[in-house]
Every structure is written in C-alpha cells, then in structure tokens.
Ligand binder design. Structure first.
Ligand code: HEM
Length: 442
C-alpha cells in the first residue's frame, strides 16, 4: 500500500530503553520461541500454561501502548532491529503490504523452514511467490469453503474418529495421545493418500527436520534426511492416490519454479496447529452451555457446519497457534512516529489484538458470534490465519476438516471435560496436551 501520511518526521521510530526491551523480550517474544515455533515442546507449553505466559504478553503490550501511544516501537538487538506493532491500522497495512515492502520470508523464518522446505512459498522471493502462492491456492482451493475433496475427507474423518472412539469406549477417556494418533493417520490419508495411513517414517522424518527448524540457523541442515523426506513425498505424488491432495499436486499444472513437492511439507506441518486448535475447540464446545446441542442441531441441515466453524475460529482467536506474525521490511518504511530501515523485522503479536480487553469487550469470553460475518480492514484485526496476500491458503481446509472432526466427536458421543473451562473468563494460555475428556455413548 503506498504511504500517504503527510509531513512525516524523518527521525527513527522510537526505541525502547534497556529495561522495557528486556521486559518485551521476556514476556512477548521469547515465549513462542521457547514453546517451539516449528514443533512444540510439550513441557514448555505446560509451563507457559502454569504461568499464563500469553496473558502476561498481552498485559505487556497494553503497557507499551499506554506509554507509547499507537507506536510502533523498536527493539535494538545486536545485528537485528525489531519493530512491534501496537495499532490495528498498522497491522492491516503490514499484512496487505506483503510481499513488498513487508516480506513474509523473514530471515529467521527462512533459517527455520529451510531445514525441510527451502522451496516453500513462505520463504520465497517475491518473484518465486508468483508461481508458488497460486499453486497452493489451486490445490487447497483457498476461496472455496468446502473443498472439492470434502466427501473423501469426510469419509476418512468418519473412519478415523470411529476408530478413536472405539478405543475411548474401552478406556472411558479421550486424551491427547489418542487424539494425536488419530490425527496423524487422518492427515496422511488426506494429504498423501490411503497408502500413507501408517507411514510413520514420513511423519518422523518431518518431525526430526522440524526439531532442527526450532533452532533456525543455529544447527546445520541435514540434507540427506531432507532429500529422503522430499523423495518420499514425490513418490506419493507419482502414485497420485485418487481423492488425496497428492493427486491434486500431480494434476495441477505448475512451472518447475513452483516446486510443487516442496509446498507439501507446509501442509503436513500446519495440520499440527489444527490438531491443537481442534482439541481446544472441543474443550470450549463441551464446556459452554448449549454449544453441543447447537452443533448437533445444525449437523443434518448445514453441511458447512457454521457453528462448529466459528467455534474453531474462536479457539484460534483465544489461543492463536501462530502468535507471532513476522515480516521483514524490504525497503525503508515510514510510520506516524518515524522511519524504519530496510531489513527491520516487523512483529504482530496476535494475542494482543485478539485479547485486548481495553478494546474488545469479548476479549476473554467464548464469542463465536464475532465470526458470524466477514471481517475486513475496517475491523479490529483478528488474524489467526494472518491476512492480505500472505493469508493462510489452507484456512478453509482447516475449518472444514476441524469442524468435521468435532461433528463426529460430539455427534457420536457425550464428552465431558475433566477440567471444564469457564467460557466467560478464559485463560490466556491453554495447553491442549493435558486436556482429557470422559466419553459416554448417548
Ligand atoms: C489451525 C491451523 C492453521 C493456522 C492457524 C494457520 C495459520 C497460518 C498463518 C498465520 C500463515 C501465515 C504465516 C506468515 O505470514 O508467516 C499461514 C501460512 C500458510 N498456511 Fe496455514 N495455518 C493452518 C493450517 C494450515 C493447513 C492445514 C494448511 C494446508 C493444508 C496450511 C497452508 C498454509 C500455507 C501453504 C501457508 C503459506 C502461505 C504463503 O506464504 O503465501 N495452513 N498459515
């Protein structure tokens, strides 16, 4: 977006003093890094929940805004400038200004994702994005609420959730470990095809590569492992199992520069975030009075499951799985309070915008109605899927598959959270890995 602000000062955007800078590092920026940006560390997530780390981050951002107004503000670290956004208008400007002058392919993200998908859209130059982004949009059918593979996806979900519930009937409980096994099978079938259901090797390889990704440039790449992993994905594309996304990759026209196979690790990887969001949505659903009944009532009439979709969106608003939306500036940028040089990292801390109780009366309440209409640039930014040209192209696949899983779970059984949530005052951090539900047949 061209900058039209008149009479801008030429001074630099204000920098935080050493004490404020240390507070922001500790309370806002380090938390997501310690929890594991590329693959979560469950112990760190548990600790974050105990100290409600995300609520502390939001409070810190509110304090910065009361001291600095609409900002932005800068942190100056050795070799790196980081700008924190405090104002909704700036969030929309940055997201809409992707990939230039606000590039999603920021330095540390490239270091992390290059371990397993150096040719992915997210870490591409603006020229490479021209082919890679549309390729993702074509296969994921970004603009369609219901993907053309929805029937196959639904059948896979029914089978896998049935198997999960069969096990839960036996033990009487549904916990994260069982859910995660079901999820892995479901994702491999949807993305790679039936033959991948029990291909644990492909998931383990990706996991090992992602663990390296958590350390970005600090550990060397394991090219042999990456070649084996990407080679396996290529085999699934060659096999092109009908109804899988691999089949769509095989039959979608693409230039060599689009690197079709290297778009796939992002899908496999990002389905993890959906698993956490779905398990948290289940906690919301079974804790909120009347929510399960509302969901059950819509199932036969509305195959796009609007109330379940908004529950998933609420789960993502309350506990965003991408808490830091990151961009690097590719040119000098001007702001209301000064300029930032090219090469500055720009940070949108999503929990601040999602949970700012000074602006959003619903901040800490379960409020699916927030999502009942389309949201645009005039609205307060709720950005679990980012926004603008870099917005998640998989968002509709996420909402579809997540709401189908929830529909199967609450449609087939009565579930009771062992630790129900108070949906009028929700915690800033919720660890999905320790949620447990008792399961009963209706
Ligand atoms: C809860 C689940 C998910 C959430 C919250 C989510 C969120 C996001 C966000 C915030 C971004 C932008 C990242 C950035 O700007 O740096 C993104 C990018 C992306 N997501 Fe998702 N995602 C989810 C699941 C998925 C799934 C399941 C897929 C594919 C099946 C997917 C495909 C992608 C791709 C390909 C990109 C890169 C887009 C680009 O660079 O243009 N996501 N996602």
């Amino acid at each position: 977006m061209p900058d039209t602000t008149p009479n801008l000062p030429a001074a630099a955007v204000p920098s935080l003093g050493p004490v404020d800078q240390a507070r922001v590092l500790m309370r806002v920026l380090l938390g997501p890094v310690i929890k594991g940006p590329i693959v979560r560390r469950p112990k760190a997530v548990g600790l974050a929940e105990r100290i409600d780390a995300d609520a502390a981050g939001v409070a810190e951002m509110q304090r910065l805004r009361s001291r600095h107004g609409a900002g932005p503000v800068q942190l100056r670290l050795p070799g790196r400038r980081i700008a924190l956004l405090l104002d909704p208008e700036d969030v929309h400007r940055v997201l809409n200004g992707s990939p230039e002058p606000f590039s999603p392919a920021m330095l540390e993200k490239r270091g992390a994702l290059n371990h397993f998908e150096p040719g992915n859209a997210l870490v591409s130059s603006p020229r490479q994005r021209l082919s890679r982004r549309p390729f993702n949009e074509q296969v994921l059918e970004t603009e369609r609420p219901v993907h053309s593979h929805a029937e196959q996806m639904g059948a896979i979900i029914t089978e896998e959730v049935e198997a999960l519930l069969g096990h839960a009937d036996f033990t009487g409980t549904l916990d994260w470990d069982g859910f995660a096994v079901m999820w892995g099978r479901m994702v491999r079938r949807i993305v790679l095809g039936e033959g991948a259901r029990d291909d644990h090797q492909v998931t383990d390889d990706l996991r090992r590569l992602r663990e390296r990704g958590n350390f970005s440039y600090l550990v060397p790449q394991n090219r042999r492992l990456r070649d084996r992993f990407l080679g396996r994905l290529q085999e699934y594309v060659d096999h092109a199992e009908p109804g899988s996304l691999a089949e769509m990759v095989a039959r979608t026209e693409a230039s060599a520069e689009a690197e079709p196979v290297q778009q796939m690790p992002q899908w496999l990887f990002a389905f993890d975030a959906e698993a956490w969001a779905t398990f948290r949505a289940l906690s919301l659903l079974v804790s909120h009075p009347g929510a399960v009944e509302r969901a059950r009532a819509e199932m036969p009439q509305a195959p796009d499951l609007p109330s379940l979709r908004t529950t998933v969106l609420e789960s993502l608003r309350l506990w965003p799985t991408t808490p830091l939306i990151l961009r690097d500036t590719t040119a000098e940028t001007r702001w209301r309070n000064g300029v930032l040089p090219a090469g500055t990292a720009v940070v949108i801390f999503a929990p601040f915008f999602h949970r700012d109780d000074a602006t959003l009366p619903e901040a800490h309440r379960f409020s699916p109605d927030l999502w009942m209409r389309d949201r645009g640039d005039g609205d307060w930014p709720l950005v679990p899927f980012s926004g603008g040209p870099g917005m998640c192209p998989g968002r509709n696949v996420v909402l579809l598959t997540s709401s189908l899983v929830l529909a199967e779970l609450v449609g087939q059984r009565d579930l009771v959270a062992e630790q129900p949530l108070d949906t009028a005052v929700l915690p800033g951090t919720l660890n999905p890995f320790t949620s447990t539900f008792t399961v009963r047949r209706h």
